[in-house]
Design a protein around this ligand. Structure first.
Ligand SMILES: Cc1cc2nc3c(=O)[nH]c(=O)nc-3n(C[C@H](O)[C@H](O)[C@H](O)COP(=O)(O)O)c2cc1C
Length: 356
């Protein structure tokens, strides 16, 4: 599987998730079998480039190549400049966000809302492709099936984007109107795949190896992209890879391995965010790792009261030691989902909250 001239390790991708798929988490997923990971969305607004949040998102130190950065915005020239800016800082692939249901940038709806304004969407794509071409940087794009059930325009847009020079398209099988409700459908993904020649990636509700196999077979897509099912369960990628290669289900990881993975994840996380923000933002990851485990809920509540790296690491170590006394391996099919929804960006103060 290639994106432009970049060869990927496999066709199992990590979905971009703002507030989740930061560099430490992407690196962990890649170590555990993901072939590709796109950064969390970065805004195209130049005035926010120096914000701590945006500069952390632009940190790609030690990232397994290719480094792919997703940009979001509503202004073609600003998006072109954002592409060039990120290329200067190490981006080897630029991904355009037309998939998020609730992103407001400059008081205009970006993300999947752009699908409602086809001329503007195309203008943005053309400007970004023109900015990336001199650097030989491929442009990819992520979108939904359409604006609403009666306006599913993914197929027409995919054709136009391919003609404009986009080199890979990911389709999340929901409309913008759906948010995260209902089920993802794959008919539209299959129709897009059949209509264009560039690689197509299927996304939405893929949470087991069997589902990945079925979606690949049904849509003919070149790759699958996994979001919420990887939260607290980054080893899902090696489970998918093993199943797709052999048709057999890999045993869940040993508790001792997950203990080590999570502690390493936390150390990497603190290095990027520092102690205060690091401890706070690590809580959701820890919550996903322990979700559904015996005593997991009580631990999650207790852990939310701890405010130093040392205390958080010690508590996590103890929790998994205790779990290891009860069982050797993690129970099958664990992982965060319901509470792992999209953060909504409030443009006025650039703060995030978690959508219910
Ligand atoms: C917490 C969260 C943050 C997300 N942030 C982004 C984002 O920054 N860019 C994007 O294109 N999609 C974003 N998404 C959408 C996911 O990439 C993906 O399309 C969606 O979750 C469906 O896939 P899944 O069912 O495997 O989770 C986000 C989703 C979640 C849950």
């Amino acid at each position: 599987m290639n994106i432009g001239h970049h060869a990927l390790a496999n066709n199992l991708f990590v979905a971009p998730m703002a507030g989740v798929t930061d560099r430490p988490f992407r690196q962990l997923c890649k170590k555990l079998g993901a072939g590709y990971a796109v950064s969390e969305m970065v805004t195209s607004r130049p005035d926010l480039r120096d914000s701590l949040k945006t500069s952390r998102r632009a940190n790609h130190e030690g990232e397994v190549e290719p480094v792919a950065v997703q940009i979001a915005g509503t202004d073609a020239q600003m998006m072109a400049q954002a592409a060039a800016y990120n290329i200067d800082r190490g981006a080897q692939i630029i991904d355009i966000n037309m998939g998020c249901p609730a992103k407001k940038v400059c008081n205009k709806w970006a993300g999947s809302a752009l699908m409602q304004d086809e001329p503007l969407a195309l203008q943005i794509v053309e400007a970004v492709v023109a900015a990336c071409a001199p650097h030989n940087v491929p442009v990819t794009l992520k979108m939904r099936t359409g604006w609403s059930a009666s306006h599913k325009n993914a197929l027409a847009l995919a054709r136009a984007f391919e003609s404009a020079g986009v080199q890979m398209i990911t389709v999340h099988g929901r409309t913008r109107e759906q948010g995260y409700k209902g089920l993802a459908e794959y008919d539209t993904v299959a129709a897009v795949k059949a209509a264009i020649r560039i690689p197509v990636v299927a996304n939405g509700d893929i949470n087991t190896p069997e589902k990945a196999r079925d979606v690949l077979a049904f849509t003919g897509a070149d790759a699958v992209m996994i979001g919420r099912a990887a939260q607290g369960r980054p080893w899902i990628f090696r489970e998918l890879a093993h199943f797709l290669a052999t048709g057999t289900v890999l045993a869940p990881p040993l508790v001792a391995e997950v203990r080590r993975l999570l502690l390493d994840h936390l150390l990497d996380h603190y290095t990027l965010y520092g102690e205060v923000t690091g401890v706070r933002t690590a809580r959701k990851h820890i919550g996903w790792y322990v979700r559904g485990l015996p005593e997991g809920e009580a631990f999650r509540a207790e852990m939310n009261l701890l405010d130093s790296c040392e205390a958080q690491l010690a508590a996590v170590g103890q929790f998994f030691d205790g779990l290891g006394d009860r069982m050797d391996r993690m129970p099958a099919g664990m992982g965060g989902e319901e509470d792992g929804l999209e953060p909504v960006v409030n443009n006025d103060n650039n703060k995030e909250r978690t959508a219910a």
